[in-house]
Design a protein around this ligand. Structure first.
Ligand code: AMP
Ligand code: MG
Length: 346
């Protein structure tokens, strides 16, 4: 039994991992050296990999040791499947049995990019990766470092976000280092993530596209390519998907999502409050700091800054974080989805 301390969540709990070494003996290194990353991955170890969405905790999908370590390090339940990352559409034939016509259209329009497609899997994909499902989630990330890495490896990478399960996703190498400083050998430095929120996930039922998770590609853009999309991103419909859990992406600080910040914070005159706002800052005597996501109202800029702003606010020992709901369209919808999940009460 290993005592695993989740500093980020300020809580202590036990993780059953009888075959796991008792001592973590890494000192994390932030590096741009692709060869060091390849060396680790070939030894069946994990690295953190930059992508345009968030930093991923990456390991060889064909290594049981590496995949088990992903689940252990993240404290992620084994029933939650991982996304397989590759570098070219031509690689799909190794993983999937069938590609629906509309999946081909989406791949052509958005890959490399922040879209994950869930497709019928080949039996060569380990059950541990897909949590026993007969489908596999696949993505080609749009990040030059990730693509270069994937192209040099002779195996694809599973790479869920490099954070403990339920915590705020990392969008910079430092965020990863803060979470896993003595548990991971290296973070491959690809700078700050340009898109900043996770991929949009689309599966297929009777050849028709189904939305499993809102994300970095707005729903409107997908509909333009394939027409109507069935929405199934609610917890009740798909309880197995971590991104769909009611509480996820969450700061330690009590966080609220509101339509009107001014009227909400009036009720808390004695609290030290941090604000997360879309376009305009608001000040009041109880506001310690006010972070603006995009002064020009640009959803892409807001998404790119979302998690970094939450990380920053969460480090300030505030009494509460109050976030402003964005207009519910385009990427605003995806950002609201993340904020809603970040603000469910513990
Ligand atoms: P992440 O933790 O960001 O890597 O997200 C992985 C997401 O992909 C989760 O929401 C999973 O539930 C979803 N996912 C992965 N594989 C499948 C699958 N075979 N069927 C449905 N959803 C999947
Ligand atoms: Mg995640």
């Amino acid at each position: 039994m290993l005592l695993n301390i989740c500093k980020a969540k300020n809580c202590y709990f036990f993780l059953a991992a009888t075959d796991w070494p008792l001592i973590w003996d890494f000192i994390i290194m932030i590096t741009k050296d692709l060869n060091l990353a390849i060396e680790q991955l070939q030894k069946e170890e994990l690295i953190a990999m930059p992508t345009e969405t968030v930093y991923g905790l990456a390991g060889n999908i064909y290594s049981e040791k590496a995949i088990r370590k992903i689940f252990a390090l993240k404290e992620r339940p084994l029933f939650n499947p991982l996304i397989v990352h590759t570098y070219a559409v031509s690689q799909l034939e190794h993983f999937v049995r069938h590609i629906p016509a509309k999946a081909k259209l989406l791949a052509a329009a958005f890959w490399p990019g922040s879209l994950t497609l869930v497709l019928p899997k080949k039996s060569t994909i380990p059950d541990l990766v897909t949590a026993g499902k007969d489908t596999v989630a696949v993505r080609i990330p749009n990040h030059p470092v990730a693509l270069a890495l994937l192209e040099k490896l002779d195996f694809p990478l599973a790479a869920p976000s490099a954070n403990p399960f339920g915590c705020i996703s990392p969008t910079s190498p430092q965020h990863v280092a803060d979470y896993f400083q003595d548990q991971l050998a290296l973070v491959l430095d690809g700078g700050a993530c340009k898109n900043g929120i996770e991929s949009t996930i689309i599966g297929f039922e009777n050849e028709e596209p189904v939305l499993y998770r809102l994300g970095s590609i707005p729903l409107e853009a997908l509909i333009e390519v394939v027409g109507p999309i069935i929405i199934k991103n609610k917890k009740e419909i798909a309880p197995n998907a971590p991104g769909m859990l009611a509480r996820h992406y969450a700061p330690n600080t009590s966080t609220y999502l509101v339509d009107n910040i001014e009227s909400f914070i009036k009720d808390f005159p004695d609290q030290r409050i941090g604000l997360l706002q879309f376009q305009k800052a608001f000040t009041a005597s109880n506001v310690v700091i006010s972070k603006v996501l995009s002064p020009t109202g640009d959803f892409k800029e807001a998404a790119a800054k979302l998690y970094a702003s939450l990380h920053e606010l969460d480090r300030l020992s505030l009494d509460m974080i109050v976030a402003e709901r964005l207009p519910d369209r385009d990427l605003g919808k995806s950002i609201n989805d993340r904020l809603t999940r970040a603000t469910k009460k513990k």
